[in-house]
Design a protein. Structure first.
Length: 240
């Protein structure tokens, strides 16, 4: 199996996992940097994640131009992906989602921070990007590269950023890593809301976050991926 074949199958599985775990519903998307051309990325046509098949995946240049669209309508927010890949050479996968528990932290001023060891991969804290700050009244959708680049700047070197009234953008060093962080961003947000109702929270320290993140190896990612893939009706591929 070529690296490209592997990535295409990973993207199908990632979409199914994110849908099955409640991170995306009919909306949201996941992409991967092209393994043979870092100036391109791979992203499905506009379709509900749970329904995506390999032939739905389209190759794009970083500016969002399709290489071979073949009538497959693109996601309006593909510019999130291209702008992040442009700004972050280290990023190999991007997830954009509207997972329910993250939304309150984008609109209340309450900072989302890791409190569970499994959630350390969300970063020391999670910034909030507000499209209104620079672009005024919009649909809140990231519909061009100017908006995508502004979001990427807010994300900076971090793994996650919230989007006010919209959702979240998550990045990773692989498709499996980006999915892992996305799942635990939702878990962490839900737990933080539950904990806030009980009293003051003792969050993970910056040092604890760093030590835990250093232990999130392929072993950790693969263990979770196998479980989530099976639950979503997909088999885990051997990495190439």
């Amino acid at each position: 199996m070529s690296k490209l074949d592997f990535i295409l199958e990973e993207l199908v599985t990632a979409n199914r996992i994110l849908a099955n775990e409640g991170i995306v519903d009919s909306f949201g998307h996941v992409s991967a940097r092209h393994p043979d051309n870092p100036q391109h990325y791979l992203l499905s046509r506009a379709r509900a994640p749970e329904r995506i098949e390999r032939d739905d995946i389209v190759e794009y240049a970083l500016d969002g131009t399709a290489i071979d669209e073949r009538g497959r309508a693109p996601y309006l927010e593909r510019f999130i992906h291209g702008a992040v890949y442009e700004a972050r050479p280290d990023v190999q996968a991007v997830v954009h989602n509207h997972s329910p528990s993250v939304i309150p932290f984008g609109v209340t001023g309450k900072k989302l921070k890791p409190l569970l060891h499994m959630c350390a991969s969300i970063g020391h804290d999670v910034p909030v990007w507000d499209s209104h700050d620079k672009f005024g009244d919009t649909t809140l959708l990231v519909t061009d590269m100017a908006m995508g680049r502004d979001l990427a700047a807010s994300l900076g070197p971090r793994p996650t950023a919230l989007m006010r009234g919209h959702g979240a953008t998550v990045v990773g060093r692989s498709v499996r890593h980006a999915v892992f962080v996305s799942v635990y961003l939702e878990v962490g947000a839900k737990l933080q809301m539950q904990s806030m109702a009980m009293g003051d929270i003792k969050f993970l320290t910056p040092g604890e976050v760093d030590k835990i993140v250093a232990r999130v190896t392929d072993y950790t990612l693969n263990r979770a991926w196998e479980n989530w893939a099976r639950r979503a009706g997909r088999e885990m591929q051997k990495q190439v």
